[in-house]
Ligand binder design. Structure first.
Ligand SMILES: CC(C)(COP(=O)(O)OP(=O)(O)OC[C@H]1O[C@@H](n2cnc3c(N)ncnc32)[C@H](O)[C@@H]1OP(=O)(O)O)[C@@H](O)C(=O)NCCC(=O)NCCS
Length: 191
């Protein structure tokens, strides 16, 4: 089992996913507001998600977390980091929120916090596959300066580099009132 740590910042905390969380993420993932953007976009069941959890736990190229709101101490979403290749500096990520909380600004803040995880994992370039109907997520990645690479089936593929993301987060974190916190992190990793 890969040892996992927790991460905090921007009003959010990421804690390692446990088996007890599976019914909750199953409920969120099967909700039509989330399901249509997932890969695969078919409903899962407890058996399939438990199988996924058990196989993922053994992998060194994967990390999965529940997202906690520091304000309410409630679990509000799920995030995974996958295909982590520190030797190439590359990785990927996917996340979904409790569908009731979509569109309230959590996703952008989560992107600030993700940088702590990427840094620890040795990931700087992120390859993202976005369903081409997922306008919200496409908007988020484009705001982060991700470069469009091309299409595969109904997915748009983007490449996102650390330098470009950091420059974008400089701007967005100012808008959202998190610039001081972000700047401290940025300076600490650039030493
Ligand atoms: C993707 C997800 C995690 C983002 O989190 P979120 O809290 O909903 O996102 P935010 O509210 O922080 O940001 C939404 C941004 O998209 C923009 N947006 C919202 N709806 C949009 C739309 N239909 N078209 C374009 N942009 C849109 C908002 O204006 C905002 O941009 P801004 O910060 O520049 O103003 C969340 O929406 C989610 O769980 N979606 C379902 C699952 C999913 O798509 N996962 C990603 C694929 S793995």
């Amino acid at each position: 089992m890969v040892e996992q740590k927790s991460y905090s910042g921007y009003g959010l905390t990421l804690i390692p996913l446990t088996k007890e969380d599976l019914p909750t993420i199953l409920k969120w993932r099967n909700d039509e507001r989330v399901l249509k953007y997932m890969m695969p976009s078919t409903p899962q069941n407890l058996f399939s998600i438990t199988f996924w959890f058990n196989s993922m736990k053994k992998r060194t190229d994967h990390r999965a977390f529940m997202i906690i709101s520091d304000d309410t101490n409630e679990k509000i979403g799920f995030i995974e980091f996958k295909n982590i290749h520190p030797e190439k500096g590359e990785g990927g990520t996917a996340s979904f929120l409790n569908p009731e909380l979509i569109g309230k600004g959590v996703g952008m803040r989560l992107n600030f916090l993700k940088e702590k995880v990427y840094f620890d994992l040795g990931v700087s370039t992120i390859i993202v596959y976005l369903r081409n109907v997922n306008d919200r997520n496409i908007h988020i990645w484009e705001r982060l300066g991700a470069k469009y690479i091309g299409m595969k089936d109904d997915f748009k593929i983007y490449e996102s580099t650390r330098e470009t993301r950091y420059d974008a987060i400089d701007v967005i974190s100012k808008e959202r009132g998190y610039y001081d916190e972000w700047r401290l992190f940025r300076e600490s990793v650039m030493k």
